[in-house]
Design a protein around this ligand. Structure first.
Ligand SMILES: *Cc1c(COP(=O)(O)O)cnc(C)c1O
Length: 354
């Protein structure tokens, strides 16, 4: 043997292709649901010789206040992605347990399960939206974790609070409902956080990567009841958040910064309506999922239009959906960036007329 043998589940992994892993060249980046609003943060450090606070108090306090969840129900993570991983590592036994996901959905649930040798019970977004609670409970079977991305990436669809509460109640003592609220700031009143106090089996995942415009910082939060978080606190790395990250995150969660974030969210939500109206008028667009996030997912009449965008320096996220490769997700950027999308639609239209 020339190399060290890998566990089977690791050997069969395909490299995860995130929006940023492909080396694309462009001028307008609307492929990773990032915020267009960069901000300058104060950074001055004279204590980097010391280990950081494992759960920085100022940040936990600020997020507790922002989310309405007591401080002992808040865990700070290295992005929501680490939250997903911690849940699988803590609550699933490899080679035995399964998680339920509703596809199409965020890719990291599957990647995390695969890397930990946890199997996947794949249900559909349609089932999640249309099946009765009893049917869902039966389809979920003995899965330990049920991931509900709300709003869902990439379809934007959202499940009503009441339905998630009913599902959680029906799965009490059997499974944990994980509500991934990466995009919840774009539809704030639909958060499941208020369900936490009344239910024993609900976890809400949050991030500073989207509405808070800090994808580069890598900060997420896990919200739940203290009992559910206790084992997570044993599994998490001893120092998951660097001092530098904690100082910036605390600034991002100040009252002023939250006001600014909300203002940006309303601007983006208005811009999204404008983008949707352009897409509705476009002849190269077959179907649109507008949804509740800071992105729009659409089906093109032909995937060749993606190449035209790339040639124009406009990077969006093409992907395969329902067996068809002509789908595209467009993140909501600033006015200038969306103008680029408008120009692209015009260029494609001309190309079509030729
Ligand atoms: C972007 C995204 C995340 C990742 O959040 P990070 O905090 O950047 O790790 C998690 N879930 C969904 C649905 C996302 O779209």
């Amino acid at each position: 043997m020339t190399s060290i043998a890998l566990p089977e589940n690791i050997d069969s992994l395909k490299a995860y292709s995130s929006a940023k892993s492909e080396k694309l060249t462009g001028t307008t980046w609307l492929n990773a649901n990032e915020s267009p609003y960069a901000k300058v943060y104060e950074t001055c450090f004279d204590t980097l010789n010391r280990y950081p606070d494992p759960q920085p108090e100022a940040v936990i306090d600020a997020y507790s206040q922002y989310s309405g969840i007591d401080t002992d129900g808040v865990v700070m993570t290295r992005g929501a992605d680490e939250g997903i991983e911690l849940l699988v590592r803590t609550y699933c036994q490899p080679d035995k347990d399964s998680i339920t996901i509703f596809t199409p959905t965020y890719g990291m649930y599957k990647v995390t399960a695969d890397t930990h040798n946890v199997s996947i019970n794949e249900l559909s977004q349609q089932q999640l939206a249309d099946a009765s609670i009893a049917e869902l409970v039966s389809a979920i079977g003995d899965s330990k974790l049920v991931f509900i991305c709300n709003p869902n990436n990439p379809t934007g669809s959202i499940q009503p609070l009441q339905r998630i509460a009913q599902l959680a109640e029906s799965l009490a003592k059997k499974a944990l409902i994980v509500v991934d609220e990466a995009y919840i700031e774009f539809c704030e009143q639909q958060s499941c956080a208020p369900l936490i106090s009344g239910l024993d089996n609900i976890v809400v995942l949050r991030t500073l990567s989207k509405a808070f415009a800090l994808a580069g910082l890598r900060v997420g939060f896990m919200l739940s009841n203290p009992k559910l978080l206790a084992p997570i606190r044993k599994v998490i790395a001893p120092y998951p958040v660097s001092t530098v990250v904690a100082v910036i995150a605390a600034q991002a969660l100040s009252a002023d910064a939250i006001t600014q974030m909300r203002r940006q969210v309303s601007i983006l939500n208005v811009a999204k309506k404008k983008l949707i109206s352009w897409l509705q008028e476009s002849e190269i667009v077959k179907e649109i999922f507008s949804g509740e996030g800071n992105f729009v997912t659409l089906q093109l009449t032909d995937k060749c239009y993606v190449q035209i965008a790339t040639q124009m320096g406009l990077i969006m996220r093409p992907f395969l959906l329902y067996g068809q490769d002509n789908w595209l997700r467009i993140s909501i950027g600033n006015e200038q960036e969306l103008k680029q999308v408008k120009s692209w639609l015009a260029v494609c239209r001309q190309a079509e007329e030729v």
